[in-house]
Design a protein around this ligand. Structure first.
Ligand SMILES: Nc1ncnc2c1ncn2[C@@H]1O[C@H](COP(=O)(O)OP(=O)(O)OP(=O)(O)O)[C@@H](O)[C@H]1O
Length: 311
């Protein structure tokens, strides 16, 4: 398959005065789905374009199988990419679009029917492209990326325009591609889209990777030292705990997340203050928490979504 996947090291690029990439570094390993998430403008699409040699950088390097994309001998057999949903000629069928691409790459027509099957486009393959929904165009774009049977796949926002069934299909499909040993990089500006599919996450913000780590490690790091408290008297509990030096963040209904105090001390303080509670347990952060924590400073504007009381 691919011995090294993709390695991105210290990419820098400006558009005018504004840095689009400001030291972007991460790697995409074989056999794993790597989610590439970050707010709008974080530099995800620019990074993918740089990996494919479509954009130049002022510093840094992007290597595919240890080489710059442009020096690969048969690049389409090494990396399959989806940067924008496919836009077949409106009068041409999806199958004809793929046949045209296959011939341009010197690939057998047989490959076209295989990838159409793989992406579940068979019922629509002979329909005119003009009638395709965005979700169908995404499938067609993925079929095109797979034509050369590449060991590396790079998909920019492939969930865009997919309905819930399409999203479930896409997750399973990406997992199966990684299980075959391929390196799969998939971007999204929504953490919810990559959760349940990515084993590894690169969180981008302001042109750099804020994190490049296994999902489990990120969740553990953000969970550490936090305690979930379930109480019907959240305002009272918050007042008691903040007075004792904790930070308290409102969670779901009847729950708050406490940091700065161990669980046994929290229970003792609430007991002493006669504050009712039903649970005090180690907090398990969600991927959404991880994302919010990491990108807090990288987002130019975010409406207040939680009430946080700090000491
Ligand atoms: N062709 C361009 N000309 C000028 N600025 C650009 C161009 N392409 C990207 N940028 C800027 O570079 C920065 C990074 O953009 P990029 O599209 O890579 O981010 P992104 O993470 O993919 O965001 P999104 O999720 O919105 O696509 C942004 O500030 C963007 O406005």
């Amino acid at each position: 398959m691919s011995p090294t996947g993709i390695v991105v090291a210290g990419l820098r690029k400006r558009y005018g005065a504004a840095p689009a990439l400001d030291g972007m570094s991460f790697s995409v390993r074989p056999g794993v789905v790597t989610g590439f998430v970050g707010p709008n403008g974080a530099g995800k699409s620019t990074t993918m374009r740089v990996i494919l040699g479509l954009d130049a950088v002022e510093a840094g390097a992007a290597l595919v199988d240890g080489r710059p994309y442009r020096s690969l001998r048969r690049p389409l057999n090494r990396v399959g990419s989806l940067l924008d949903a496919a836009a077949p000629h409106p009068g041409r069928s999806g199958r004809d679009h793929l046949l045209w691409l296959a011939h341009a790459q010197g690939l057998a027509s047989r490959r076209v029917d295989q990838v159409i099957e793989q992406v579940g486009l068979a019922p629509a393959a002979r329909r005119r492209g003009g009638a395709y929904s965005l979700g169908m165009r995404q499938r067609l774009g993925i079929a095109a990326a797979l034509l050369g049977d590449p060991p590396i796949l790079m998909l920019d926002e492939p969930f865009n325009g997919m309905d819930p069934d399409g999203i479930i299909w896409m997750r399973a499909f990406l997992r199966s591609l990684a299980a075959q040993g391929r390196a799969v990089l998939v971007s999204s500006h929504l953490m919810s889209e990559v959760q349940d599919v990515a084993d590894h996450l690169v969180v981008a913000g302001r042109g750099r990777a804020l994190a490049d780590a296994a999902v489990d490690d990120l969740v553990a790091a953000v969970s550490e030292g936090r305690v979930t408290l379930r109480t019907t008297a959240a305002p009272h509990a918050t007042a008691v705990l903040v007075r004792a030096g904790a930070s308290v963040v409102a969670g779901g209904r009847d729950t708050v997340t406490v940091s700065g105090l161990p669980a046994d001390r929290i229970a003792a303080l609430l007991g002493a203050g006669a504050v009712p509670f039903s649970e005090v347990s180690a907090h398990r952060a969600t991927l959404e928490d991880v994302y919010l924590e990491l990108t807090r400073e990288a987002v130019e504007y975010r409406a207040a979504t939680s009430t946080e009381v700090r000491r």
